[in-house]
Design a binder for this molecule. Structure first.
Ligand SMILES: [Zn+2]
Ligand SMILES: [Zn+2]
Length: 441
């Protein structure tokens, strides 16, 4: 399977354009998606199924989905009676890494926080009989999920140090764990530029929202408890971010299950290479997206200017070039699923806590497992048929009527027969690939 194309279905299916999910977790929209899909089609034998369209019905979104909706389509949500599921690739749209002075040589790589590996928060949080403090506990994995789909870890790293206070975090409050997974250790208050003050910046994994330094109406919070939360008319119990410890939350007001030192269950990051050691004296000076899924991180060590340039390819390989300054250049290619170390190996010095969350190598989920994504219900209205966000191409099918849902025989429920599809854009109509479509319920 080359990738997944998310396609909304149902009577209200025309609110958003298609999003293509590459095997490495990249979400492509608009012209990028079209280019990738056409390139993939060229590589396939005639009649071969190259990817899968996942059509997701819509319904009334729970109110918790609103904050995440501000970051669609990179972040998508779905829900059932119990939980809101938050999906994304773990790559924020803001710059990353710049400002870090305590670096473990990890770089941001997209993750597959989708399907069974999605983030989730309970829709009806339950107050715990005994609140659980996070100090010295829950040091692995996330304790909250930010509205942009990026996990927030304990303000302490897994060695118990306050991450923010020892140079580990970039200017946006994040860094990368041992699986090259980007995450925050403070509440990313800069998201208020997108969210405003009236929406939560994050949800703790117990289901209670985390607001910024003020109440939604701009007033100062009063009577915060040891967990850094309180109740207020209209919004119930909620937490507030802080500019000093606990930065995120002091503990969980609601019920959570602790297992192996983390909130359980929660998604796993997938390492593709060995976790590295701290690089003493390194200072990250730049991080640029250099086109497509190529990135370049620049840093200095003792006055020597160095960089790591890497590309995440659609065949799930990761091509790295390490420019080690005076020591020359070297190239490495990693492959998703090949594992990487994520923390095996005794005798190595303790390293930064980790994205791999529980260390060891992880296998990729079997094909298809990562596919049941959601569709962001709050996405802006788009015309008639699924269309790229920039309007440059249109996904067309003669069997899908304007304003109607996908006929059942073309859904997984009807046997998954492939409907005729075509891409219509600047270059005229082009025959589409063979696909299978599932309509998730
Ligand atoms: Zn961390
Ligand atoms: Zn409040």
């Amino acid at each position: 399977m080359a990738g997944l194309l998310f396609l909304p279905c149902g009577s209200d299916a025309h609110d958003a354009g298609p999003v293509w999910i590459t095997p490495s977790g990249y979400r492509l929209t608009g012209e990028d998606a079209r280019r990738e899909i056409e390139a993939a089609a060229d590589r396939l034998p005639e009649g071969d199924s190259g990817w899968e369209f996942v059509a997701v019905p819509r319904g009334d979104a729970p109110p918790q989905a609103a904050a995440f909706g501000a970051f669609a389509p990179e972040v998508t949500t779905r829900w059932d009676d119990q939980f809101l599921y938050i999906e994304g690739n773990g790559m924020p749209s803001h710059r990353m890494m710049v400002g870090i002075t305590a670096w473990q040589q990890q770089v941001p790589l997209p993750q597959r926080y989708t399907g069974a590996n999605a983030w989730r928060i309970p829709l009806k949080p339950t107050p715990a009989k005994e609140p659980q403090m996070v100090k010295g506990r829950f040091l692995r994995g996330a304790i909250a999920i930010a509205a942009n789909g990026i996990p927030i870890f304990n303000p302490q790293n897994n060695r118990g140090e306050i991450s923010y206070e020892i140079g580990e975090l970039d200017q946006w409050g994040g860094h990368c764990g041992r699986a090259d997974d980007y995450h925050y250790h403070i509440v990313p208050m800069h998201l208020q530029k997108t969210l405003g003050k009236d929406k939560p910046l994050a949800y703790a994994l117990d289901g209670y929202p985390i607001y910024g330094l003020t109440e939604p109406d701009g007033s100062q919070p009063k009577g915060l408890d040891a967990l850094h939360g309180h109740s207020a008319a209209g919004i119930g119990y909620h937490y507030h971010a802080a500019e000093k410890y606990p930065y995120v939350i002091g503990g969980f007001h609601g019920e959570v299950t602790e297992r192996d030192g983390q909130v359980d269950p929660q998604p796993r990051a997938q390492p593709v290479r060995e976790a590295l050691q701290a690089l003493r004296g390194a200072k990250i000076t730049g991080f640029e997206a250099t086109g497509g899924s190529r990135y370049r991180l620049s840093y200095t060590v003792g006055g020597d200017e160095r960089s790591v340039a890497y590309e995440i390819k659609t065949d799930a390989t990761y091509a790295f070039e390490f420019d080690d300054g005076r020591d020359g250049k070297r190239q490495e290619t990693y492959r998703a699923g090949a594992g990487g170390g994520g923390g095996r190996g005794e005798g190595r010095p303790p390293r930064g806590e980790g994205g791999a969350q529980d260390g060891g190598p992880r296998r990729r989920p079997p094909p298809g497992q990562g596919g049941n994504g959601g569709w962001e219900p709050g996405a802006p209205k788009l015309p008639d048929q699924p269309r790229s966000s920039d309007g440059t191409f249109l996904l067309t099918s003669p069997v899908v009527e304007d304003g109607a849902g996908l006929p059942v025989e073309f859904t997984g429920d009807g046997g998954g027969v492939t409907p005729p599809l075509g891409w219509r854009g600047g270059e005229g109509t082009r025959a589409g690939p063979v696909v299978s479509i599932r309509c998730l319920t």
